[in-house]
Design a binder for this molecule. Structure first.
Ligand SMILES: Nc1ncnc2c1ncn2[C@@H]1O[C@H](COP(=O)(O)OP(=O)(O)OP(=O)(O)O)[C@@H](O)[C@H]1O
Ligand SMILES: [Mg+2]
Length: 260
């Protein structure tokens, strides 16, 4: 199968975003500049309301920045595009389609021949461990299974970039760890550029090549950590705990500011 999508670099250049609240312009993001390397999994962490989803939505092309710009693979973002896949916390699946039909939807829409669509669907259903559930409907699945379908569906379009906004936020702790392990394994095969928003510091340290800690609102970049741990990562390793401790301290500093 061709792997046309590959991965791509994302450049966020001097992005500001303000929203109008009761006629007043309120800043949500202040001068965010960030380069996300091709094939990198980057986690965004920060207090609630600091602008993580806003930044992700700007990269996705769902929201325009007030100032600044985003480049994907060197080209300015002017709206959503097929090279950017998104996975949200709520499982946005088509309830009237089966698991396989949900995954096949994108490739079909792009006009891929039926045999190619079936091959892609089989590949990604296997990757997320849902081959045996291909003909079920979303309502018949658990939360973890639905989110696996959402991931398979995003990957089936062969995007260069996958934008994930708290994709495991609604899952129980055990399912969440299993999903993290699966995503990490998939990423070691697919090497997509992934921007992953989370509130969980453990999740970020487990998954990320780099972790970006944002300040409390309006969001700026506070610090960037490179996680130099071998994969698959050992959540109980002392080095893992050390990263967790350092990042927790920084995030807490910002969360405390919100409550001052
Ligand atoms: N469409 C919108 N219109 C007006 N204000 C908005 C809009 N979207 C976001 N905001 C505001 O921008 C700020 C950042 O919101 P955003 O959802 O990006 O935060 P977040 O970091 O994702 O928070 P959380 O961790 O709770 O998901 C908040 O003050 C929010 O109220
Ligand atoms: Mg959010």
């Amino acid at each position: 199968m061709s792997r046309a999508g590959g991965s791509a670099r994302v450049q966020v250049e001097g992005v500001h975003k303000s929203f109008d609240l009761d006629g007043r312009s309120t800043p949500a993001l202040l001068d965010v500049s960030l380069e996300i390397h091709a094939g990198e999994l980057l986690c965004l962490l920060g207090p609630s309301g600091c602008g993580k989803s806003t930044l992700l939505n700007i990269v996705a092309g769902f929201l325009p920045p007030t100032r600044g710009r985003v480049l994907v693979g060197g080209a300015p973002v002017t709206g959503p595009g097929p090279e950017r896949g998104v996975v949200f916390q709520e499982y946005v699946l088509f309830p009237w389609l089966t698991v396989a039909q949900n995954v096949e939807f994108g490739p079909r829409l792009m006009g891929k021949p039926a045999a190619g669509c079936r091959e892609i669907t089989a590949r990604y259903l296997e990757m997320v461990g849902l081959t045996a559930h291909a003909s079920k409907f979303p309502a018949q699945l658990s939360g973890g299974m639905k989110q696996r379908v959402a991931i398979a569906r995003a990957l089936a379009n062969d995007p260069a970039i996958v934008l994930m906004d708290e994709p495991f936020g609604a899952l129980d702790a055990q399912t969440r760890e299993v999903m993290q392990e699966e995503l990490s394994r998939i990423q070691r095969v697919e090497h997509k550029t992934i921007v992953f928003v989370t509130h969980s510091i453990r999740e970020a340290v487990y998954l990320a090549d780099r972790v970006v800690v944002m300040t409390s609102a309006p969001g700026r970049i506070k610090e960037i950590f490179t996680i130099k741990l071998p994969e698959p990562r050992d959540r109980f390793a002392p080095e893992f705990t050390q990263y967790e401790r350092e990042i927790t301290r920084l995030v807490k500093e910002e969360v405390m500011k919100v409550h001052e």
